[in-house]
Design a protein around this ligand. Sequence first.
Ligand code: C5P
Length: 227
Amino acid sequence: IRKIIIAIDGYSSTGKSTVARQLAKELGYIYVDTGAMYRAVTLYAMQQGFIDENQFDKDALAKNLHLINIRFEVSSSTGLAEVFLNDVNVEKEIRTLKVSRQVSPVAAISSVRRKLVEQQQLMGKNSGIVMDGRDIGTVVFPNAELKLFMTATAKDRAERRYKELIERGEDVTYEDVLKNVVNRDHIDSTRKDSPLRKADDAIKIDNSNLTLVEQFDQILNIAKKTI
Ligand code: C5P
């Protein structure tokens, strides 16, 4: 099987990571969730007191970027890649709504993006990778052989994320989640550096009316044709 780069971008909670993970498994490729990396940097900034609901000390974060080490490690129990921030497993913590509320301003900072994009490009240098995020097809791998751009209505996306958070035992309301999804999409698509947008050569997938199985079949077909 030929090793290519598959870039999956789109709005938050469109099911990008579920599809990307399945696709990587099916093809024997590596899967990289770049959102997890921005979330880990955000968690670091929260832990250091650089950011909260009321303030954001961007300079302090920028000065401390060299102290942040992010890596993925495959869990022996689940077989899934989990995120480590300075050698601590933060997989659960980075998925909370608390982190989701602060991540987009952090991801808008150019020095943060430079650091993570460089690491992402290294991870993909041997191809055979499925990477999901916001700027993979436009900035990280503009020459990716296959680019997908996933969309769905804000309501569908908030419902998906709400169910996930409730299943994990988080105490959130649907309205909170919807607000966060809409707010993040706004910040992500209007920031100056690497705004979320569809690459010209990306295939658009609207999954509002598709089941997960239908969506996966459609994408696997496209991938197989490309490879
Ligand atoms: O994919 P996920 O929803 O976990 O991403 C969290 C946030 O990280 C996004 O809302 C966005 O602000 C940022 N992000 C980004 N570029 C990427 C991936 C994520 O700016 N490639």
